[in-house]
Ligand binder design. Structure first.
Ligand code: CTP
Ligand code: MG
Length: 223
């Protein structure tokens, strides 16, 4: 299975003054933990890491053990652009791809393999969890508009897996129609293409704000 790891963000919400994937978690960088999990999955055969040129040395040095096994790909201004660059850098024979955010460093390798095998029978899959909070939609003035039925709400995670040709087509449509999305499954939804949900776990958090690092410290002991 071919793997793309978006790692070209700036980590503005983390307020660390650098790419958050360089932050230390129990003696290793966040990107180290992500790569460790990805390479522990038996389905993994090829890994591309998508980053900003200024972070290249820093990211690869912080995960030296894996540096010689990954392909470097230049990122874009948005996650969407970064993934598009990644898709265009895949080897010609890549039929399927799993995309996994560098910031989800606590992913369980068995769940990666589950996503990979579900791609044998689905064009698109994503890992997600049932929402446990009651979710409100809110207007611009800060007043509640409504409460969607929680039974139909899932929180999207990565990995998200796709047939490469399909996802490339979806990305090209998005450029043409100026669609802006924060994950790749959204493009399939906009095209009315089916995406299969795979139930994941609550420890696969996206490290976004400083509080997430405290939570990750507890979970990383199992990695
Ligand atoms: N990402 C990327 N290219 C971008 C922006 C984000 O590859 N231009 C990646 C990030 O490195 C991260 C993943 O997409 O692994 C999810 O993005 P997010 O959690 O939003 O990370 P950042 O964009 O770095 O953080 P922030 O939004 O707080 O600035
Ligand atoms: Mg971002």
């Amino acid at each position: 299975m071919h793997f793309l790891i978006p790692a070209a963000g700036s980590g503005s919400r983390m307020k660390a003054g650098k790419n958050k994937l360089l932050i230390d978690l129990e003696g290793e960088s966040l990107i180290y933990w992500t790569l460790k999990a990805v390479f522990s999955a038996s389905s993994t055969s090829w890994v591309g890491i998508i980053g900003q040129p200024k972070d290249r040395e820093l990211l690869l040095n912080s995960a030296k053990r894996f540096a010689h096994k990954v392909q470097w790909i230049e990122g874009g201004d948005t996650r969407q652009e970064s993934v598009f660059n990644g898709l265009n850098a895949l080897p010609k024979d890549a039929k399927k791809v799993l995309i996994h955010d560098g910031a989800r460093c606590l992913i369980n390798p068995e769940l990666i393999d589950q996503c990979a095998s579900q791609l044998d029978i689905n064009d698109a899959v994503i890992l997600a969890t049932k929402v446990t909070d009651t979710i409100k939609t809110v207007d611009d003035e800060g007043f509640i508009e409504g409460t969607p039925d929680r039974n139909y709400l899932w929180a999207a995670q990565t990995p998200q897996g796709f047939l490469v040709d399909r996802l490339k087509k979806a990305h090209r449509m998005a450029i043409e129609k100026n669609w802006k999305v924060t994950d790749d499954a959204s493009l399939f939804e906009m095209l009315n293409w089916k995406v299969r949900i795979i139930e994941g776990n609550y420890s696969n958090i996206k490290i976004t704000s400083p509080v997430d690092l405290k939570i990750a410290k507890l979970f990383v002991k199992d990695c």
